[in-house]
Design a binder for this molecule. Structure first.
Ligand code: F6R
Length: 609
């Protein structure tokens, strides 16, 4: 999704802006641009369609410089992918970038046209630039103009702008789209994601919903949604500078797959003691609230939704807590029943997914007793707006296809099962068993990564296929769904997942030699049922690829390729079986030559609905 970087300094900021944009490339975008101002008090703007490298090439061909500047990567919403639609947008002395969608852009455009403004793009953002210019005429300061301007907007925005006549000031506003101010020494920065600014600072202030900020080289002033000056907490980021580097890996996705043993260790660290999860792991006083929870409603999107689906099996089976799960974009637009003593649990890598955030806000409105978010980004909107939060500590996830965020979400959710279950059905012995299984996971994950070479060979058999089917049962059904999502999003092969028991209710009709069937088969009490489903496929000429526990007694032959996964406690098996499916998608995509880290049409952080 769109990215923003801004800087105000003594030095030329063009390289800071370009480096920041490169670090935001993972979010997904289709064009990029910068606008700068220097002592000449004249806006210099360069925009390019395509990768940030196209913008870099354009700037190398015709250099621009400035001590104040803003930059943007655009993911088209209003208007096609053209240079004219790329940001920054200008209105005489104003240059502006924007993430989000302005819903009332059409009436504003008509009003501005009547006042004589001429439009050069099809975007909702250009409306903001002209509106800002209009308000600037009657305002004492840039920040005052911005306060008046945002009052007229409906929709979502994170926006940053400058005025060439006030060249040492940037102003910014946030509503529904995140912004963070980076603090330097006699220079300050702003971005939609702290990752963009890690080469220049680690000191950050996250803007809150409705905030408007004025940033100069030496000062930061923030006003809340009512226009009152406010102090926002400054935090020292513990995200490392090289979080945005690929290291020895060819792709971020591969790096992130291989980071999973360490991310899971980090997620567990300091949170387990005396055979269970520590009381404060979910926040101070969480235990007081958790002991009365009888019902959990999980809300999430995409991969995070799959994590929630696994959690439903765990919560009901182990903790004895009733659990529903729903996709955020559905939950937010329907009337739902709020059970007694219910907690809303959102799951999100980014913490900024628009539908999940809207669903959380709705849940609070309609009477959920408490809210918890399982999230990977500290300071994100979901974290700030939930009563309790539990950070997954996966570290920055750059590849658009979620990998280490998913497995750390699962680990976190199993710790939630402990935290809720200890007040319900979960015996001390069961808690100890879960803790032991969790602690064994990092080593088991290391072992499963050793399958990479075998999976690479297996992937060759997939690359010319157009369709595939993933099967699982019980808590492995969501893992099959996640496997199918990974394959489709990065290799563009159509992939569907089914609970294996559903085969004969329709999908069996699809089986032939051109439809690879991928099966996840741990050694659990559903194994015999799963084996019958596998035989149903074989009898119809299907080619099977089975990831199985070595004691599950599947043997490779002409119609079945078996890859053995280490034996593991059944409870944590969904986490382990995720790894071979991630590796499979990665290697198929590699053979197909797709853009693994930035698959077409997708964005990392979906901040618009
Ligand atoms: C798939 C993927 C997406 C996200 C979804 C939710 O690999 O990454 O399906 O899981 O967009 O995003 P978050 O978790 O940031 O709320």
């Amino acid at each position: 999704m769109c990215g923003i970087v801004g800087a105000v300094a003594e030095r030329n900021v063009v390289n800071i802006l370009l480096e920041g944009l490169k670090r935001l490339e993972y979010r997904g975008y289709d064009s990029a641009g910068v606008a700068l101002v220097d002592n000449s008090q004249h806006i210099q703007r360069v925009r390019a369609v395509g990768k940030v490298q196209e913008l870099v090439n354009a700037i190398e061909a015709s250099p621009v410089a400035g001590t104040t500047g803003i930059a943007h990567t655009r993911w088209a919403t209003h208007g096609s992918v053209t240079e004219a639609n790329a940001h920054p947008h200008k209105s005489t002395n104003i240059a502006l970038v924007h993430n989000g969608i302005i819903e009332n852009h059409a009436p504003l455009r008509d009003m501005l046209k009547e006042k004589g403004y001429q439009f050069t793009s099809d975007t909702d953002t250009e409306v903001m630039a002209h509106l800002m210019h209009h308000e600037r005429q009657s305002s004492g300061s840039l920040v005052e103009a911005l306060q008046k301007m945002v009052k007229q907007l409906d929709g979502a925005y994170g926006t940053v702008m400058f005025d060439q006549n006030d060249k040492d000031t940037m102003v910014a506003a946030r509503s529904g789209s995140p912004l963070v101010i980076g603090l330097g020494f006699e220079e300050n920065f702003i971005a939609s994601d702290q990752l963009a600014l890690l080469p220049v600072t680690r000191r950050f202030i996250f803007l809150e919903e409705g905030d408007v900020a004025e940033v100069t080289k030496t000062s930061v002033r923030i006003f809340d949604k009512d226009g009152n000056p406010v102090e926002r907490e400054e935090i020292e980021s513990d995200v490392t500078h090289d979080a945005g580097d690929k290291g020895v890996y060819r792709h971020y996705m591969l790096k992130e797959i291989f980071e999973q043993p360490i991310s899971v260790r980090n997620t567990l660290e300091g949170r387990l003691a005396n055979g269970t999860v520590i009381d404060d792991a979910f926040g101070h006083n969480a235990a007081d609230v958790f002991k009365d929870i009888e019902h959990v409603q999980i809300i999430a999107c995409g991969t995070s939704y799959h994590a929630g689906m696994v959690a439903r099996y765990w919560l009901e089976e182990l903790a004895g807590v009733a659990c529903n799960i729903e996709i955020a974009s559905e939950f937010r637009y329907r009337k739902s029943f709020v059970p007694k003593n219910a907690m809303i649990v959102t799951i999100s890598q980014s913490g900024e997914t628009a539908d999940t955030l809207a669903a959380l806000r709705l849940a609070k409105e309609i009477g959920y007793k408490s809210s918890l978010t399982i999230c990977n980004v500290p300071g994100s909107s979901l974290v700030r707006e939930s009563d309790f939060n539990f950070m997954t500590r996966a570290g920055a996830e750059i590849g658009v296809a979620s990998t280490k965020a998913f497995t750390t979400q699962l680990v976190s959710l199993l710790m939630l099962v402990l935290a809720l279950g200890k007040h319900k059905n979960l015996s001390a012995e069961q808690q100890q068993n879960i803790v032991a299984a969790l602690q064994s996971l990092p080593n088991k994950l290391e072992e499963s990564l050793d399958l990479a070479n075998d999976i690479e060979k297996l992937a060759e058999e997939f690359a010319d296929k157009n369709h595939s089917l993933f099967l699982g049962r019980g808590n492995q059904y969501p893992i099959a769904m996640e496997g199918a999502l990974k394959l489709k999003e990065i290799s563009y092969i159509h992939a569907e997942a089914y609970a294996a028991g559903e085969l004969k209710h329709g999908p069996l009709a699809l089986i032939d030699a051109e439809m690879p069937i991928i099966v996840v088969a741990p050694n659990n009490d559903l194994l015999e049922k799963l084996k019958s489903n596998v035989e149903e496929v074989r009898a119809r000429g299907g080619i099977l690829y089975v990831f199985a526990d070595k004691d599950a007694q599947f043997a490779s032959d002409d119609t079945m390729r078996v890859l053995n996964v280490s034996h593991i406690d059944e409870v944590v098996a969904p986490i382990l079986y995720t790894i071979p499916l991630q590796l499979l998608s990665y290697h198929v995509a590699l053979i197909k030559g797709t853009d693994v880290d930035q698959p077409r049409n997708l964005a990392k952080s979906v901040t618009v609905e």
